[in-house]
Ligand binder design. Structure first.
Ligand code: MV4
Length: 446
């Protein structure tokens, strides 16, 4: 096994990855920016290396200083967490060139997954359902021609995009022409890639994703689905597993599609295949996320599998520790993302000093966080400060447990999304499992 791993990230995910390393007897190296000298991940690691100024561009996204830290400390592998360099093709390649194992898929897989038109084409060619639309990149004229056959509404997406950036919904030819211009400009500015494609807009879809694992010997398994429909502004708020919308046959069909995708790109490590599901339970491939996801704990809770441990074993060249037949989901898990945001100020980021904190606990409760009393949440990074995850035998008990745990969680000094989660847990449609991606907009006008 590896002796030492560098974790190229910060916050809760850096701590979460290091915890598994420690259990596996692997030493850890933290990298930290000037703003993270007193961060939990910096203190938790066996060694810590400063990699520069607060701005991510100069520290957590600075490949040169991270590779240098890896060399200096003699690590054999780098775990990127999520965000920052996790899906960066060039970083994956630079690690390979430096003789450091990148804990994640190859540069080639990143390229494939990062190009939405390519992955859409690949899915289509292999009989995996996609929303009807363009075959490749389109001009405004081509888009209108396609729209005239498949009909409105049409959604415009950027090939280099993801997470909703550069997306627009058009209801007629005029809007389509205008929105293509706007999205094109955005796509060039944000991703340096002008390519746009269009799809038939699916109304009120569920966002359901499958967790997959693939080793270097061509073994692939799926570890069930996560329902991620509760989101605001394309940022997930609540995730759960299983999905309340799922049934046995749909699960089998979607899991089969997810594993096909994994095989097609020789997926190595842990990944997610994302689908949209309409109200009639038709499913459409959306995109591949080639990283460990924020919401991975809900899968861990129902499956009893440490996904980071599997990532490390696979990266080392080991075989998956189980086959599909060994994997069995049990009970219900749910995660609330606690963000340092002010609900009264349109959810603006709300950094600041934690003057007092009480964590929830007890049976079936897991808190992944880097918060501690006296810590100052810096203004430079993502506003996620804690993930509150519960497990219970069934969904209603999980909701009761989540309400209990949200009530116990006291974070003084900053504003958080805890009150919003409490409102959602009391919502009758949420309780019934009547949810789709428009839930927060429809019910809470956010
Ligand atoms: C769609 C869609 C409806 N129809 N594609 C948004 C994020 C990106 N990953 C894909 N997204 C969507 N694609 C078609 N053909 C609706 C969304 C969408 C959405 C998807 C997942 C979670 C939340 C969402 C919120 C609004 C729109």
């Amino acid at each position: 096994m590896f002796n030492k791993i560098l974790v190229a990230n910060r916050g809760e995910i850096a701590v979460r990855v290091m915890r598994t390393c420690r259990e596996m007897g692997i030493k850890t190296v933290a990298v930290y920016s000037d703003a993270d000298r007193s961060s939990l991940h910096t203190a938790y690691a066996d060694e810590a290396v400063n990699i520069g100024p607060p701005l991510a561009r100069k520290s957590y996204l600075n490949m040169g200083s991270i590779i240098e830290a890896a060399r200096k400390t003699g690590v054999e592998a780098i775990h990127p967490g999520y965000g920052f360099l996790a899906e960066n093709e060039q970083f994956s390649q630079t690690c390979a060139d430096s003789g450091i194992k990148f804990i994640g898929p190859s540069a080639l897989t990143h390229r494939m997954a990062g190009d939405k038109i390519e992955s859409r084409r690949l899915a289509c060619k292999n009989g995996i359902p996609i929303s009807p639309g363009s075959e490749g990149a389109v001009t405004a004229e081509e888009a209108q021609k396609i729209a005239s056959t498949i009909g409105y509404p049409i959604i415009i997406k950027a090939s280099g995009g993801g997470g909703g950036r550069g997306m627009r919904v058009a209801n007629n030819d005029t809007e389509l022409a205008n929105f293509i211009k706007l999205s094109r400009g955005e796509a060039i500015a944000a991703f340096g890639n002008p390519n746009l494609f269009i799809e038939k807009y699916i109304v009120e879809p569920h966002h359901i994703e499958f967790q997959i694992l693939g080793d270097q010997f061509g073994n692939y398994v799926h570890v069930g689905e996560r329902e991620c429909s509760i989101q605001k502004r394309y940022q997930k708020l609540i995730e759960e597993s299983p999905s309340p919308f799922m049934d046995g046959t749909l699960r089998q069909r979607m899991a089969g599609a997810a594993i096909s995708i994994a095989r097609l790109v020789n997926y190595e490590g842990a990944g997610t295949v994302e689908f949209l599901v309409d109200r009639y339970r038709n499913f459409y491939f959306n995109e591949v996320n080639s990283r460990l996801q924020v919401e991975h704990p809900v899968t861990e809770m129902v499956m009893g599998i440490d996904l980071v441990r599997q990532q490390i074993i696979i990266a080392y060249g080991g075989k998956l520790e189980f086959t599909q037949a060994d994997i069995q989901s049990r009970g219900w898990a749910m995660e609330c993302r606690i963000n340092a945001e002010d609900p009264a100020a349109n959810f603006a980021p709300c950094p600041g000093k934690i003057d007092h904190i009480i964590f929830p606990g007890g049976f079936g409760v897991r808190v992944d966080t880097h918060l501690y009393g006296g810590y100052e949440v810096p203004p430079f990074y993502d506003s996620l400060v804690a993930k509150l995850v519960v497990w219970a035998n069934d969904r209603l008990t999980a909701i009761s447990r989540m309400k209990r745990a949200l009530g116990e969680f006291q974070i003084g000094g900053i504003k958080t999304t805890i009150p919003l989660h409490q409102r959602i847990m009391d919502d009758e449609d949420f309780i019934k499992g009547n949810i789709n991606t428009h839930f927060t907009r429809d019910k809470f006008a956010i």
